[in-house]
Design a protein around this ligand. Structure first.
Ligand SMILES: [Zn+2]
Length: 149
């Protein structure tokens, strides 16, 4: 089975900051690898599941907490006005459940708001945030996530 999220989950001990913004026993947080928007995060279960209905009660219990904690960190780091949380998992090789947690910046153009924000994903290699930029944002977010609440 070819699954990008599982490939990364298997290497969790050696992942760079951009692929391991944070994690617990159920979830891992990564910066999207093919986005042009700084702070576009993806929240993935540590297990291979392809439907939200397959999540365990324990995975579900921490899902909301992660979405809110990541949103708070994105507010602090990016200055976003709010966050979008979207789960589709339809692209080939990316059926593994993943929640996009996207900073909606105050100056996001009107024609990119709502589902059109996906215009910032699937960017060509030369147009994406480079790995160093992703690592920098990941480190800043990690610092925001550290304080216990
Ligand atoms: Zn998987």
């Amino acid at each position: 089975m070819d699954c990008y999220a599982c490939d990364q989950n298997r290497r969790i001990d050696t992942l760079p900051a951009r692929e391991l913004v944070a994690a617990d026993e159920h979830w891992r947080v990564a910066h999207a690898f093919d986005s042009t928007l700084p702070g576009w995060l993806v929240l993935v279960p540590r297990r291979h599941v392809t439907s939200i209905a397959e999540l365990s009660d324990a995975e579900a219990a921490s899902l909301g907490t992660w979405q809110v904690r990541l949103s708070r960190a994105l507010h602090a780091v990016t200055g976003c006005a709010k966050t979008y949380v979207i789960q589709l998992a339809e692209k080939e090789g990316f059926a593994h459940v993943h929640f996009h947690v996207v900073p909606r910046m105050p100056d996001l153009p009107a024609d990119r708001r709502g589902p059109a924000v996906f215009g910032y994903l699937n960017a060509a290699e030369g147009d994406r945030l480079d790995e160093a930029q992703q690592d920098d944002i990941a480190a800043a977010l990690r610092a925001q996530l550290d304080p216990a609440r």
